[in-house]
Ligand binder design. Structure first.
Ligand code: ITT
Length: 199
């Protein structure tokens, strides 16, 4: 089976490869598949945007299984921002040091109990016959007072997971994938794909 993963985010792609490593499939990024098209993510939910990305790439590679992830950070104190706008928040090219510092500043007046948030990942698959499958995964946490850790990408340095006493940027890739929104959503998708192809 050939799987094309519809992402241009190298941090995401690295995690996806590790999480899908046990599948008997060739896993290609969009770039490796030679596909370079702009995709307008104009959905209002993570699931809608994941389906938009997977369908756009399916149109270019109809014989492959195409997967896409749409994900983001919801911060309760900020009315669930940045949410589906996580990568566009404060500008797509703004470094995460600046975005992360801004979120911490915005929470300056928050009580400890108000610092809750979550990472959400929606995964969509479009199969060669056009079937669309979707799954979702969530990890709950709190916004840290200071960024910490060098691992992961994006908002990981400010996403503190109380059970680990660490941010997701301080976890090893294996630890993060075992508990992350993306790990959960992709493992659920693996089960759906296995069921679909065994029937
Ligand atoms: P593609 O659309 O090409 O996959 P993207 O980075 O634009 O890349 P999204 O639209 O799904 O992807 O935005 C996800 C953003 O949410 C991502 O850029 C980070 O800012 C944030 N995010 C999602 N998962 C994360 C994680 O595991 N760790 C840290 N930040 C994460």
């Amino acid at each position: 089976m050939k799987i094309i993963f519809a992402t241009g985010n190298p941090g995401k792609m690295k995690e996806v490869r590790q999480i899908l490593a046990d599948l008997d499939a060739e896993i290609l990024s969009m770039k490796e598949a030679g596909i370079d098209i702009p995709i307008e993510e104009d959905g209002l939910t993570f699931e809608e945007n994941a389906v938009i990305k997977a369908k756009a790439i399916h149109a270019c590679a109809p014989d492959a299984v195409v997967l896409a992830d749409d994900s983001g950070l919801e911060v309760d104190y900020l009315d669930k921002q940045p949410g589906v706008y996580s990568s566009r928040y404060m500008g797509e090219d703004t470094p995460y040091e600046i975005k992360n510092a801004a979120i911490i500043r915005k929470l300056a007046g928050a009580q400890e109990s108000e610092r809750t948030g979550r990472f959400i990942s929606a995964i969509a698959a479009v199969l060669p016959d056009g079937t669309v499958l979707t799954t979702q995964g969530v990890i709950e946490g709190v916004i840290a007072h200071e960024p910490a850790g060098e691992g992961g990408f994006g908002y990981d340095p400010i996403f503190y997971v109380p059970e680990f006493h660490a941010t997701t940027a301080e976890l090893t890739p294996e630890q993060k994938n075992a508990v992350s929104h993306r790990g959960k959503a992709l493992r659920a998708m693996k089960s759906k794909l296995k069921r679909y192809f065994e029937v």
